[in-house]
Ligand binder design. Structure first.
Ligand code: SF4
Length: 457
């Protein structure tokens, strides 16, 4: 989970500021660090720990002036949460300047790093994005051609890699051939933006052009834009969790409205697992859209049973378990008035570790609810993600270690039901999607080879 932006604007003073605004609208994709790199004869950059608004100030935009800019918001999957691992990564070589912002995770990171170290390359961090930067530098020295470098890069990498890059003044976006993570292009004034989600284009008042296709690069130089096919794949493996939880509901990914998809998940869930209750409520914020869909389909009213403190970060993103547990009460509180003496259908988008869900069910019961019927807008998460979402091992996944009935007992809920896998695919289809998704964390069958795991490749 990270957010990436590449932006070209003829007004070099405006470009970094526009990048900042677009990163702000992608803040939900990562809250640990943020960074911007720009090119104006050479690369300048500013990176820092924390939220976008905490990292940059007015003076930075003057220092970062340049027409070609990339930006990044990060949460860590490979590499620790510290400043050295904040992105973009900048490399200067004989081939010129390269800056890289990466959303995804490499499965063959260790092998690639060992190979590069054996060739004499020195690493300053333990981030897989530095491996990508070093490979790009190597391939550009072989032949100073962006298409060649991306083709060679693509031959080397296994995993998920949506990238925005600067090659001197060229702004480049690239999406891996399976298309794990989203990337789209928009027009802004006389410039262009390439970014993780369409909400960042909307935030700048821009016009959505189209999604970058899996295996495709977009190259923006001197105000001209070019789409180049780098690699072809008959299969796609777009992360289903972008629709379930991760992307903003106002974004459209690969032609599918995230809002519509999430709402359909709630509707199918209501048909599959109805509940005898007084009203439907959501675990805010990410459960709201599915909960409204559930309410619409079931005919039950929708009320707010929980209120979120919007200034607390998403607990899912915080890397340390101790921080997660302490933050639940800070994050949400119960509207006693609504739940007291009532039977509540509580809808969440997904359950990873179960820590938050258990606390929330307890809180609603303590506030006097008669019954809590938990409904989950995705199938049980039974396997780790190796492609950039923070679900690293089976040990931490509650559904990998317990049956649905055991989980219900742990939560203290009166009933518990998940959306079925078929129901999930039906919901995506009803929202206009296909069937080419990565479902590995729900099925334990992976779309690329992962040591020790079953592959469907
Ligand atoms: S394993 Fe799950 S979270 Fe990871 S990319 Fe696939 S669908 Fe997304």
């Amino acid at each position: 989970m990270c957010g990436v932006v590449g932006l070209y604007h003829p007004n070099g003073e405006l470009a970094p500021r526009l990048t900042y605004y677009s990163l702000f609208s992608l803040q939900h994709r990562g809250q640990e660090s943020a960074g911007i790199a720009s090119f104006d004869n050479h690369i300048r950059q500013k990176r820092g720990m924390g939220l976008v608004t905490e990292v940059f100030n007015d003076e930075d935009f003057e220092l970062l002036a340049g027409r070609s800019v990339i930006g990044h918001v990060r949460y860590s999957t490979t590499g620790k949460s510290k400043l050295e691992n904040a992105q973009p990564f900048v490399v200067k070589s004989k081939a010129g300047y390269i800056a890289v912002a990466h959303n995804g995770n490499l499965v063959n990171y260790v092998q690639l790093r060992n190979e590069l170290e054996n060739e004499g390359r020195v690493f300053t961090t333990n981030s897989d994005t530095e491996v990508i930067s070093q490979l790009l530098s190597k391939f550009l020295i072989e032949k100073k051609d962006i298409t060649h470098a991306l083709e060679r890069l693509n031959e080397s990498l296994v995993g998920s890699y949506t990238l925005t890059m600067l090659f001197d003044d060229a702004v480049v976006g690239f999406r891996d051939p399976l298309g794990f993570k989203p990337l789209c292009v928009g027009r802004i004034d006389e410039g262009y933006i390439v970014c993780s989600e369409s909400c960042a284009i909307d935030a700048l008042g821009g016009k959505f052009i189209r999604d970058v296709k899996p295996g495709e690069a977009v190259i923006i130089r001197d105000g001209d834009i070019e789409f180049v096919k780098i690699a072809e794949s008959e299969r796609k493996a777009v992360c289903i969790f972008e629709y379930i939880y991760f992307a903003r509901p106002d974004s459209i990914i690969d032609g599918v409205s995230v809002y519509r998809a999430r709402s359909e998940m709630g509707k199918v869930l209501a048909r599959e697992s109805p509940a005898d209750a007084d009203f439907v409520s959501a675990v805010p914020d990410s459960g709201i859209t599915a909960a409204i869909g559930y309410a619409q389909e079931s005919g039950l009213p929708y009320f707010e049973g929980l209120i979120k403190n919007r200034y607390v970060g998403r607990t899912f993103i915080m890397p340390a378990q101790s921080l997660r547990e302490a933050s639940v009460r800070l994050k949400v509180n119960v509207v006693r008035e609504n739940v007291k003496g009532k039977s509540v259908v509580l809808v969440d988008d997904s359950i990873v570790r179960g820590t938050t869900s258990r606390r929330i069910v307890q809180m609603i019961k303590e506030a006097g609810a008669k019954e809590v019927h938990m409904r989950v807008g995705s199938p049980p998460i039974i396997a780790p993600c190796y492609f950039g979402i923070d679900m690293k091992s089976r040990e931490e996944l509650i559904a990998a270690n317990h049956t649905v009935e055991e989980i219900r007992e742990i939560f203290g809920a009166d009933s518990l039901a998940y959306l079925s896998l078929e129901g999930l695919l039906e919901a995506i289809k009803r929202a206009g999607g296909g069937r080419d998704y990565c479902l590995a964390c729900l099925t334990s069958r992976y779309p690329v080879p992962v040591p020790g795991e079953e592959c469907v490749c």
